[in-house]
Design a protein around this ligand. Structure first.
Ligand code: PPE
Length: 305
């Protein structure tokens, strides 16, 4: 997805011009993947631009850092204020928000501890992640030949830059095979997640998703979908999901901040079909909530004042 440049990026406490938000080529994170990040969306609502579950995202960023002994030099509240400042400074009504904290320039070598922890927050307008038609018509997925990294290799609970090489490999393979996205199995062979989304399966009216112990990122959209589905009278069950569960599903969808709630219409030549009623109901509810139409979850919306 192309980046649409805006005016300024927040870097280590200051707003800097977009073109000047650069780093040294010997930045530790570039060499060793020592960065933690988030993906957040800000939606246009009747009360103005609103960031969806901002506090939860900043908390996860802090936790990702904690797993890798990276104590962030800013508190979650400071990063929340910085996010507001950056959105306002760029005059955006809706956007994607990308905070990143990473080991910067200092030493080269695997031990990162002499390197500073730099923090940046970028925002830009971003459309539908899996393509403009994806939200309406659904996407085609394939099961990757690459396995998801295991909790004792790289914890899926941490949104760490280095781990994404696993997603990159699976994504490229899927695109080269002619699919939109890859589903990754864990080392035991059960469904973990997609390269940047959590997976949900609907069978005989029952909704299931892999548990976090299957190697899924604790997605904030996943958590939101689980709450909304329960409200709609159809609570989601966490279960071990095998590839045949995917092939025989009545409906499937994936979700994430970037992908929002995207239906899956085919998996490896097995046609699941156009988006089904359970998927569509959850998708509608999700957009009503993030866009401030449904007031019940107003506390999830962080209004940029
Ligand atoms: N799994 C993975 C591997 C993942 O990267 C994401 C988010 C999710 C699940 C869903 O998590 P959440 O956004 O909290 O619901 N992926 C982010 C980055 C995508 C990218 O290409 O970069 C995102 O959706 O912003």
């Amino acid at each position: 997805m192309p980046i649409q440049a805006v005016d300024v990026i927040w870097m280590n406490g200051e707003l800097v011009e977009w073109e000047k938000a650069t780093i040294h080529v010997l930045t530790h994170a570039l060499h060793y993947g020592t960065g933690v990040f988030e993906g957040i969306r800000c939606y246009e609502t009747p009360k103005g631009p609103a960031v969806f579950r901002l506090q939860d995202h900043m908390k996860r960023l802090e936790n990702s850092g904690r797993i890798f002994m990276m104590e962030l030099p800013y508190t979650a509240d400071e990063l929340i204020a910085a996010t507001h400042e950056t959105i306002k400074a760029n005059g955006l009504q809706s956007c994607y928000v990308r905070p990143i904290a990473f080991r910067g320039y200092g030493e080269i070598g695997v031990n990162p501890e002499a390197n500073p922890i730099d923090v940046a927050i970028a925002v830009w307008p971003w459309g539908a992640y899996l393509g403009e038609d994806a939200l309406k018509d659904g996407v085609r997925m394939t099961i990757s030949s690459w396995r998801r990294h295991d909790p004792n290799i790289i914890p899926p609970a941490a949104k760490v830059t280095g781990a994404y090489i696993n997603s990159v490999a699976a994504k490229q393979e899927a695109i080269h095979k002619g699919f939109d996205e890859a589903i990754m199995l864990n080392t035991q062979g059960y469904v973990a997640e997609a390269t940047g989304e959590n997976i949900f399966v609907v069978k005989d009216g029952e909704i299931t998703t892999p548990g976090l112990s299957a190697g899924a990122l604790s997605g904030i959209t996943r958590n939101s979908v689980m709450k909304l589905a329960a409200d709609l009278g159809n609570p989601v069950k966490e279960a071990m999901i095998s590839r045949s569960d995917l092939y025989t599903a009545d409906e499937m969808f994936c979700c994430g901040t970037a992908a929002e709630v995207t239906p899956i219409r085919e998996i490896d030549g097995r046609i699941i079909g156009p988006p089904g009623p359970v998927t569509l109901e959850i998708q509608q509810k999700f957009f009503d909530v993030v866009k401030g139409v449904d007031e019940k979850y107003a506390h999830w919306l962080d209004i940029v004042s």
